[in-house]
Ligand binder design. Structure first.
Ligand code: MN
Length: 497
């Protein structure tokens, strides 16, 4: 029997600093500034233009990661945009930029349990909240992303918590707003795993121990955002992070709570989510808004959020605070690339060989829009492309629009996709709407005011855009056959792509 299994992923980038060093080896992937920047709105305003990309209002672009060395009022620098380009993810993972989804799927098949270590650099410096001088607001330069945000946010904060009954644990990135010297509000959408655990603690009137790891290895970040059904309740996403790295993720016991933090982190906040207590997210500012969310709009401030009571902040020596400017390409990477892996897994199981590649497109923040590259092999595959779209909706329920194209279309080139949606598309036969499906509450059009048949906020019409050529007509849809030549013969410095 021939073994066609691809080799296990191997991306042993152990921490943020190794990631930065790798970026410095490549042109145009890393910039830094020593000019003082205000973390309140200015920092995000700069990076919005330099490299946010994604669903941010133009002008923006996909650009380099950026280090702000001199943050006004703080001793700690801020890095933003480390994962805000597929090209950089490909560098970190040692993978082909166009097959990151396949690479994620391969990592899922090589999952590795985390291991526990006794010591980690993320605990070189310990700041205890019991110290009267402790104030997280002056210690950590959490940026305020826009002038109307509720306050400063930690945007790359990996929470780790444990189920009080089953002992299951979970890691998830959540929206954290700094509220007081030792208090941070946490927004957990219904159904998210850490939130589900917290509901149990809350009902038992017990504080929930939590660690918040920031500035972890970029490879580890890429696996944190797997969501159900790819990672059901009780499945630790860090197993897939180990699969991606090729070595297990290391965890270290927190200093002040019964929980573990990611050893690779630059900064760890330790604390407890308190039972019973709730605050308004914008209690300090009354702006009515939270922070920019991935669909491109400022989120509404939540009137009632639980609080993390901080017990300690531990850091490396001279730590770096890592953040992202949402809604940007960084969210597209974090949410979309694991989604591509999850879609490919479900599609391969259901329809082996039919779907060559998938792209969780930037326009949907990596969640709402999926493009599937279909390889029809014979007349029996005619119509199976639509089955593939249905499987994709099942594999990732937040997906709203699925665009199906043939395998001569580049799914990462939106011009090419819109070409297929023009010349291989007749709306009456090619649009398949599925009304009244619960999708995602942050899509502002998913609302009864927009469409009366959306009976509740978060209800949408899902759509399949079938831009594939009907099998029987394929002879009429052959693209003009240019000669494939080696341009380097004429332009020596030429690189494709
Ligand atoms: Mn989970």
């Amino acid at each position: 029997m021939t073994d066609t299994t691809p080799p296990a992923p191997h991306a042993p980038i152990n921490d943020l600093r190794e990631g930065i060093e790798l970026l410095k080896l490549h042109d145009g992937q890393f910039v830094s500034t020593a000019v003082e920047v205000d973390p309140e709105a200015e920092l995000a305003g700069v990076y919005k233009k330099v490299g946010a990309g994604g669903t941010v209002q133009r002008p923006t672009r996909v650009g380099p990661a950026m280090l702000f060395e001199n943050v006004k009022g703080y001793a700690i620098p801020v890095i933003v945009g480390v994962l805000a380009a597929r090209k950089r993810i490909a560098m970190f993972l040692g993978a082909d930029e166009k097959y990151l989804g396949r690479h994620m799927l391969n990592a899922m098949e090589h999952a590795k349990d985390p291991v526990f270590v006794d010591e980690a650099p993320c605990q070189e410096v310990v700041h205890l909240a019991s110290d009267p001088d402790f104030d997280i607001r002056t210690l950590l330069p959490a940026p305020t992303n826009t002038p109307e945000d509720a306050g400063p946010y930690f945007c790359m904060a990996v929470l780790r918590g444990t189920d009080p009954e089953t002992g299951n644990h979970d890691v998830t990135i959540h929206r954290l707003c700094v509220q007081d010297r030792d208090e941070i509000s946490v927004f957990m959408q219904t159904g998210r795993h850490i939130g589900f655990m917290y509901e149990k603690y809350d009902a038992m009137d017990k504080p929930m121990p939590i660690t918040i790891s920031m500035g972890i290895s970029p490879v580890e970040y890429m696996a944190i955002s797997f969501e159900p059904p790819a990672t059901p309740y009780g499945f630790d996403e860090l197993e897939y992070a180990g699969g991606l790295k090729g070595t297990p993720v290391e965890l270290v016991k927190a200093k002040t709570v019964e929980e573990y933090a990611l050893a690779s982190a630059e900064i760890v906040i330790e604390g407890e989510i308190l039972p019973g207590r709730r605050v308004a997210e914008d209690q300090n500012t009354d702006t009515g808004y939270a922070m920019p969310e991935f669909p491109g709009y400022d989120g509404v401030a939540n009137p009632s959020l639980p609080i993390v009571k901080v017990k300690a902040v531990t850091t490396r020596t001279n730590p770096i605070l890592q953040t992202l400017v949402g809604p940007g390409e960084e969210h597209v990477s974090l949410a979309g690339i694991p989604t591509e892996g999850a879609l490919l897994q479900a599609l391969e199981n259901a329809l082996p060989g039919l779907v060559k590649n998938v792209y969780s497109h930037s326009s949907g923040g990596g969640k709402y829009v999926g493009i599937l590259q279909i390889h029809k092999r014979d007349h029996n595959d005619q119509g199976r492309e639509r089955q593939a779209a249905i499987v994709a909706f099942g594999a990732f329920p937040e997906m709203k629009h699925i665009i199906l194209v043939d395998d001569d279309v580049d799914i990462f080139d939106t011009d090419d996709v819109l070409w297929a949606m023009t010349t291989r598309f007749q709306a009456e036969r090619s649009v398949i709407p599925i009304p009244g499906v619960r999708c995602h509450p942050l899509d502002p059009s998913a609302d009864p005011e927009f469409l009366w048949t959306n009976f509740d906020h978060g209800i949408s019409t899902k759509v399949i855009f079938d831009c594939t050529v009907p099998w029987g007509l394929r002879d009429k849809f052959i693209r003009a056959p240019f000669l494939d030549v080696d341009v380097a013969k004429f332009l020596p410095n030429w690189t494709n792509g």
